[in-house]
Write a protein that binds this ligand. Structure first.
Ligand code: ASP
Length: 452
């Protein structure tokens, strides 16, 4: 059995929705279909989830919601009309939205917001089920409430209650036909609607794939595959990545590869379910398969990623290596200041701590420096900003001499200075910090070297 998830761009209008139905019907193994809310139809358009947020905000302010309400209903009505689904489903969606809006006074602000956001996928799942019927194929809508998708934690940033797996697996144990399941939300134990973070339909798909032990989790989006480098930086990149391992994906995602957010894949990864990224617009393309292991050609790289906005806290102190507990006390200061750190490369008399820029806003920087001066009496402490992390990733780098040398030569030939390097013992990646202004030139030069 395959669980397939279709993102907002795959469900933005009637043409796209027909492609989705064709894809599902082309393979009888595609039995659980997770849907997002309708996304953007063109560049300047607004996603239904964003329309719903605007609607909820207006309702919370106690202002007239007619315009925002109309904008949401119009998106569904247009699809229903183009697909000739009749009026009933549109009326149903209208009533559902009115019922939700009526709860504005009885829920807290975050509870109300989540309930409104969830309306995007919930109503879309109902509409998609009707669209299947209109094409003569039975498909039934399944509700996260009835199937046991229990969430906990903060509204808008909820997580799955692990007990849900048993419930979901029971709920799907003897179903037949095609099930259309809304992504992005579930219910708390108290019965309130709660949503995952934005983009959370990917999480729903991954959870269901794990719960039913699917053969594969197909994630349909609008790209043919995952590219080894960001096409905005290297437009000439044409070949996608056919297969990559979970480890490779995680390392690339860390440095900004927009494949998936980390949360989204955890359930499928833990259950060892292969994830197939595919394109709704080119369903014959095999896409990128992400799995536990793959055939690896020694000396090859799978991808190059880069992430901006890091900063480096550099602490120098002569004979630091003889001072027992120095590193622990430095990290204690960061913990006391509520700062998460990313990496901690060290020299003989210096210790660096790399953190994401948002962890150390300018107004906090002075306080942290004072704190370090007071507790550690360093010779100097400074913060370097505007660093970019470049990750070169590939299982094929393990046990292969010269990979790092190649990367350094690529950067040297582009005249780029390296600020810091870091290679974990897994050898599946290495990380190079450079000044952000050099990012594009660095990525291009590395791409030419490893893939040119
Ligand atoms: N519709 C939600 C969003 O726009 C969730 C999703 O599409 O995955 O974030």
């Amino acid at each position: 059995m395959k669980v397939c998830k279709f993102g907002g761009s795959s469900l933005a209008n009637a043409t796209q929705l027909n492609k989705v139905i064709d894809i599902v019907l082309a393979d009888p193994a595609r039995r659980i279909v997770v849907v997002s809310a309708p996304g953007k139809r063109h560049g300047g358009d607004t996603k239904v989830t964003d329309l719903l947020i605007a609607l909820a905000d207006t309702a919370l302010k106690g202002e007239n919601t007619d315009r925002q309400f109309g904008a949401v209903v119009e998106r569904y009505a247009q699809m229903a009309q183009e697909l000739k689904l009749g009026d009933e489903i549109v009326r149903e969606i209208e009533h559902d939205l009115m019922d939700r809006l009526a709860k504005v006074a009885s829920l807290s602000q975050p509870e109300f917001m989540d309930m409104m956001k969830a309306a995007g996928e919930d109503n879309n799942a109902k509409l998609v089920a009707v669209a299947f019927e209109a094409r003569g194929r039975k498909a039934r809508y399944a509700s996260p409430r009835d199937t046991g998708m229990i969430l906990k934690g903060e509204f808008g940033d909820a997580q799955l209650d692990p007990e849900s797996y048993a419930r979901l697996s029971r709920a799907f144990s003897n179903f037949d036909g095609i099930v259309i399941y809304p992504g992005f939300f579930g219910y708390t134990r108290e019965g309130k609607v709660a949503t995952f973070p934005r983009g959370g339909s990917d999480i729903t798909g991954s959870i269901l794939a794990a719960a039913v032990c699917a053969d594969v989790y197909e994630n349909f989006t609008d790209v043919d595959s995952v590219y080894p480098v960001d096409p905005r930086i290297v437009p000439e990149v044409k070949e996608g990545i056919p297969t990559m391992t979970y480890r490779e994906m995680r390392e690339l995602a860390y440095a900004g590869f927009g494949v998936f957010n980390d949360d989204a894949v955890i359930p499928a990864v833990r259950a060892r379910i292969p994830i197939n990224i595919r394109n709704t617009n080119h369903p014959s393309e095999p896409g990128t398969m992400i799995q536990q292991s793959r055939r690896v050609v020694p000396g090859t790289v799978v991808g190059i990623a880069s992430a901006d906005g890091f900063c480096n806290i550099v602490v120098d102190k002569y004979l630091m290596n003889r001072e027992i507990g120095f590193g622990r006390r430095l990290l204690q200061i960061l913990e006391d200041e509520g700062i998460a750190y990313e990496h901690m490369p060290s020299g003989v008399d210096s210790q660096c701590v790399i953190v994401k820029g948002q962890q150390l806003p300018k107004e906090k920087e002075h306080r942290v420096i004072q704190h370090i001066r007071r507790d550690l009496s360093p010779d100097s402490v400074l913060v370097e900003r505007d660093l970019t992390m470049i990750m070169v990733v590939g299982e094929g780098m393990c046990y292969t001499a010269g990979m790092f040398a190649k990367a350094c030569l690529a950067l040297a030939s582009a005249g780029i200075n390296i600020s810091m390097v870091n290679q974990g013992s897994s050898e599946v990646s290495f990380m190079i910090a450079i000044r952000s202004k050099d990012r594009d030139a660095a990525v291009r030069s590395l791409y030419r070297t490893f893939f040119g």
